[in-house]
Ligand binder design. Structure first.
Ligand code: HEM
Length: 366
C-alpha cells in the first residue's frame, strides 16, 4: 500500500517488540511534556475570527483546520495557519491521502504492483522530502515542540525521526477533527445540554478568564460531554489489527496462533451491557458513577493497554479547551435543512476514521 511509502516502516505504530519500546518510550515522553492549553486557546481565538459575528459555517472543515494547526504547532513547531488560509502543503497532503484511499486499489492492492501509480508515487516522495526539510529546519532552529524533544534523542536515526514525524502528523489531526465535529453536532442536537455546559464554563472560567489545565479539569459536565461524544461517534471505529502469537482461549472461542484480530471499538461503545441506551447521547452516564450506566473499562476511544494512544491527554485537553471557548462565545444549532437532522452522517473512510461530513452549523454570537 502506498500509505507505507508515506509513513515509512520505522516508527511507533509499525514497530513491535524492542523496536516499539524504543519509539514508544521517546514519543510518550515527548507527548507527556506537552499539554499546550495556551496554544489551544490561541487557536480558538483564530476560529472566532473565522466565524465572525456568526452565520452558517461548515464545522467539519473548521475542525480539521483547527486540528491541523494544533498538531502543526505542537508536533512540528510549524504554523500551517490552516485556520486562516489554504496551505499548499496541507492541500497536497489531503489530495495524496484521497488518492491513497482509492477504493479500487484498497480492495485489490495487487493493482499497485501491476499498474503502479507512478505520478502519485512521485508526489508522495516529494511530500516526504517536504517533511525532511521541516525536520532539517527544526535541527537548526529548535523550539518547544515535540520534534525538538525527539531530536535530542541520540538513539533515533534520521529516517526514524521523519517517519515518526509523519505518523504524529497523520495520527494527530483527523482523529481530533472527528471528535470535535461530533461534539459540536451533539451539543447542537441537545440545546438543553449545550446551555448546561455553557453555564458551567461561565461559572468556572468567567466571561474573560483564560483556560488552564486546572480550570479545564473542573468542567465536570463539559468533560462528560467530551467523553460521551468520543463514545457515541468514536473517531477510530476499530483499532489496528493484532496477530495472536500463541493459541489462546477467549470465552468460548479458541483462537489459533497467527490469527489476525480486530477490536471493534464502535461495537464495544454501543453494547447495551456496558452502556445503557447506547445510541442516546447521555453525558450524565459518566457522572453517575456506580450506577453502571457507563463502564470505564468499555470506554476505549483511545484503545487500551500498552499500545493505547500516547496522545490521549493532549487530545482530551484540545477538545475540552476548544469546546469551552466556543460555548462562551457562541450558541449554535443545525440549519433546518441539515443532512444530519435525523442522525449524524460520517464520510467514507478506508482507515476506520469516523469523520462527520458537510456538517453545517448556524452560529449566533452571544
Ligand atoms: C480524539 C483524538 C484521538 C483518538 C480518538 C485517538 C485514538 C487512537 C487509537 C484508538 C489508537 C490505537 C490504539 C491501539 O492500537 O491499541 C491510537 C494510537 C496512536 N495515536 Fe492516537 N488518537 C487521537 C489523537 C492523537 C493525537 C493528537 C496524536 C499525536 C499528536 C496521536 C498519536 C497516536 C500514536 C503515535 C499512536 C500509536 C501508538 C502505538 O502504536 O503504540 N493520537 N490513537
Amino acid at each position: 500500500m502506498l500509505l507505507w511509502r508515506l509513513i515509512g516502516r520505522m516508527n511507533m505504530i509499525q514497530a513491535n517488540g524492542d523496536a516499539w519500546k524504543k519509539h514508544s518510550r521517546i514519543v510518550r515522553a515527548a507527548l507527556l511534556n506537552n499539554l499546550p492549553v495556551e496554544m489551544f486557546a490561541a487557536l480558538s481565538h483564530k476560529v472566532f475570527a473565522l466565524i465572525g459575528k456568526g452565520g452558517l459555517k461548515r464545522w467539519d472543515d473548521i475542525a480539521q483546520r483547527v486540528a491541523l494547526d494544533a498538531v502543526g504547532a505542537s508536533v512540528l513547531g510549524h504554523d500551517f495557519d490552516a485556520i486562516t488560509q489554504e496551505s499548499d502543503f496541507v492541500l497536497e497532503y489531503n489530495s495524496i491521502m484521497h488518492e491513497i484511499a482509492n477504493p479500487v486499489y484498497l480492495v485489490m492492492p495487487v493493482l499497485e504492483r501491476i499498474f503502479p501509480r507512478r505520478r502519485i508515487i512521485r508526489r508522495i516522495e516529494n511530500l516526504v522530502d517536504d517533511f525532511d526539510k521541516l525536520l532539517e529546519r527544526k535541527r537548526l532552529d529548535p523550539g518547544e515542540d515535540i520534534m525538538t524533544f525527539l531530536l535530542r534523542e541520540p538513539n533515533m536515526t534520521h529516517t526514524e525521526l521523519r517517519n515518526n514525524m509523519v505518523l504524529l502528523f497523520m495520527a494527530g489531526h483527523d482523529t481530533s477533527a472527528g471528535g470535535l465535529s461530533s461534539l459540536v453536532y451533539f451539543l447542537a442536537r441537545h440545546p438543553d445540554m449545550q446551555e448546561r455546559a455553557r453555564k458551567e464554563v461561565l461559572e468556572t472560567l468567567g466571561p474573560q478568564g483564560e483556560p488552564t489545565v486546572g480550570r479545564l479539569q473542573k468542567l465536570t459536565f463539559v468533560n462528560a460531554c467530551v467523553r460521551e461524544a468520543l463514545r457515541i461517534n468514536t473517531p477510530i471505529s476499530y483499532i489496528l489489527p493484532r496477530c495472536s502469537e500463541t493459541s489462546v482461549q477467549l470465552g468460548k472461542y479458541l483462537i489459533p496462533a497467527g490469527t489476525s484480530l480486530n477490536v471493534n471499538v464502535y461495537v464495544i461503545h454501543h453494547h447495551g451491557g456496558y452502556f445503557k441506551d447506547p445510541f442516546t447521547f447521555a453525558p450524565d452516564r459518566f457522572l453517575d458513577q456506580g450506577k453502571s450506566d457507563a463502564s470505564d473499562d468499555a470506554w476505549v476511544p483511545f484503545g487500551t493497554g500498552p499500545r493505547q494512544c500516547p496522545a490521549r491527554n493532549f487530545a482530551i485537553y484540545e477538545q475540552r479547551c476548544l469546546i469551552a471557548m466556543l460555548l462562551r462565545e457562541y450558541r449554535w444549532t443545525l440549519p433546518d435543512d441539515s443532512i444530519h437532522k435525523d442522525g449524524l452522517h460520517n464520510a467514507f473512510s478506508p482507515f476506520a476514521l469516523t469523520l462527520p461530513h458537510d456538517l453545517e452549523v448556524v452560529f449566533t454570537k452571544l
